[in-house]
Ligand binder design. Structure first.
Ligand code: UDP
Length: 464
């Protein structure tokens, strides 16, 4: 490989959904601050004239010239997936490739899913030949890239890209899986996968206790958070040790995972421009519209509401939520109704006028809320968001669950609980403390800083 004296070079292979891509881009920036060369591998689909995600990533990288004191330089390499005319019309192919991953992540349930499940689900076709074809389709382009490129020392691949391991196997390149959820959720998923307690309950509405797990955590039927095969070198998580130490220990000692906690990675965005346009161009003018309004508000007086990048409420539900917010008597910023399009979330959360966050418990949003020192109203919508809710409300005790189907009343009650009274004060003070811990973790000498250093040293040693 001839890589001994080379600068450490890491490929990052993100899944192109905001909740996966944004933290991986931040992570790549973090690596570069330690002298690592980073290359982002962007999948595009043949015959799609404008691969939509490429400009988003290019812009983010172009804009991010610095991270802390370091100058950032990140390369991009595209790999082309062939169009799958046999399965779907051409226009749907890009959607299809992304869709596959959502399907396997949220609906297959097994950590050892195989592409045949994807083929069957999407095309209705059956049998090994279809599965093999799809496997090959996914990993061959990466294998080809590696064939023609100086080999990186390591690949950080999204958890929904298990085929990366096949593509890299013959080159002996270690694969680190980026698990884009909390350690709590990742280890709960392992326990549920091992002990299948969901089989013991009579229906999805009957809760069960997560077995062999710290705390009496009751959960309703939840799909596992799939993890790719154990052949990977280790797992990187966007969390910090002090946030969930019990579960971090559980994950390594009981689940037997080799893991590094290097977050919150969002903290590498230092200035307003980077925070404001993280992920996509913000749909509002970050300098004036939103910030000017917030600047006129008292400290901790505004509630920020956002249900992530994927949620889809019906109009009648939106109306009920709006009525609940109105009835709570609080001032709020709501992504979806008040801000249409993409909000500068991290910038808003960090504003001192914001005092509470209504979240769907996507892990990035949850951790961004923690980092901003904010108590939360939790409203999980699917998959591992239900685990993250438990972490926020029952373990960290900085959240109030909405926990009901009558949106209006439930949201009014939860938001009042979040913003008014003694308990709200206690939650806010705990949240502030966690926010300070998050910032310390990423500073020189902090736990996440040290984990990243240890990982880099280990990767260097592998090649010496
Ligand atoms: N986000 C944002 N503006 C928006 C919506 C989302 O900046 O209007 C960001 C948010 O800060 C987070 C990511 O998109 O980093 C969403 O990831 P998360 O895991 O919270 O939820 P998902 O979208 O995957 O359900």
């Amino acid at each position: 490989m001839g890589s001994t004296s080379r600068q450490l070079h890491v490929f990052f292979s993100p899944f192109m959904a905001p909740g996966h891509m944004i933290p991986m881009l931040d992570m790549a920036k973090l690596f570069t601050t330690r002298g690592v060369k980073a290359t982002i591998i962007m999948p595009v689909v043949q015959q799609i004239t404008t691969p939509l995600n490429v400009p988003i990533v290019t812009k983010t990288i172009e804009r991010t010239k610095t991270c802390g004191n370091s100058v950032i330089k990140i390369d991009i390499q595209t790999i082309e997936f062939p169009a799958i005319e046999a399965c779907l019309p051409k226009a749907c192919v890009e959607v299809f490739v992304n869709l596959l991953r959502f399907i396997i992540k949220y609906h297959c349930g097994s950590p050892n899913y195989h592409s045949s499940q994807m083929v069957d689900l999407v095309t209705g076709s059956e049998g090994e030949s279809g599965a093999d074809q799809l496997d090959t389709m996914l990993w061959q382009p990466l294998e080809q890239l590696l064939q023609n490129h100086d080999h990186p020392h390591c690949i950080v691949a999204d958890m929904v890209f298990p085929w990366t391991i096949d593509a890299t196997a013959k080159f002996g390149i270690p694969v680190l899986v980026f698990n884009s959820t909390s350690v709590f959720s990742a280890s709960a998923a392992v326990s549920i996968g091992q002990y299948t307690p969901q089989m013991e309950v009579s229906s999805d509405s009957e809760p069960f206790v997560i077995p062999n797990f710290s705390g009496e955590i009751n959960i309703f039927s939840a799909k596992e958070v799939g993890e790719s095969e154990l052949r990977r070198y280790g797992v990187i998580l966007n969390s910090f040790y002090e946030l969930e130490p019990t579960y971090a220990n559980h994950y390594t000692k009981v689940c037997g995972r080799k893991a590094w906690y290097i977050g919150p990675v969002s903290l590498c965005n230092k200035d307003a421009e980077d925070k404001g346009h993280r992920g996509k161009e913000s749909s509002i003018d970050i300098k004036h519209e939103c910030m000017n309004w917030l600047n006129t508000k008292h400290i901790n007086s505004v509630v920020y509401i956002c249900f992530g990048s994927l949620s889809n409420f019906r109009d009648s539900q939106l109306m009920e939520i709006a009525m609940g917010l109105e009835a709570s008597g609080q001032q709020f910023i709501w992504v979806g109704l008040i801000i249409r399009g993409w909000a500068p979330q991290v910038l808003i959360l960090d504003h001192q006028a914001v005092g509470g966050f209504v979240t769907h418990c996507g892990w990035n949003s949850t951790l961004e809320g923690v980092t901003a020192g904010l108590p939360m109203v939790t409203w999980p919508l699917f998959s591992e968001q239900f685990f993250n809710e438990k972490l926020v409300t029952e373990v960290l005790k900085i959240g109030v669950p909405v926990g009901a189907q009558q949106y209006k009343e439930a949201i009014e009650k939860a938001v009042r609980h979040l913003m008014e009274g003694e308990e709200a004060k206690e939650m806010r003070s705990r949240a502030k403390e966690l926010g300070e811990m998050a910032r310390r973790a990423i500073e020189e000498g902090g736990s996440s800083y040290s984990h990243l250093n240890a990982l880099i040293e280990e990767l260097k040693a592998l090649h010496s």
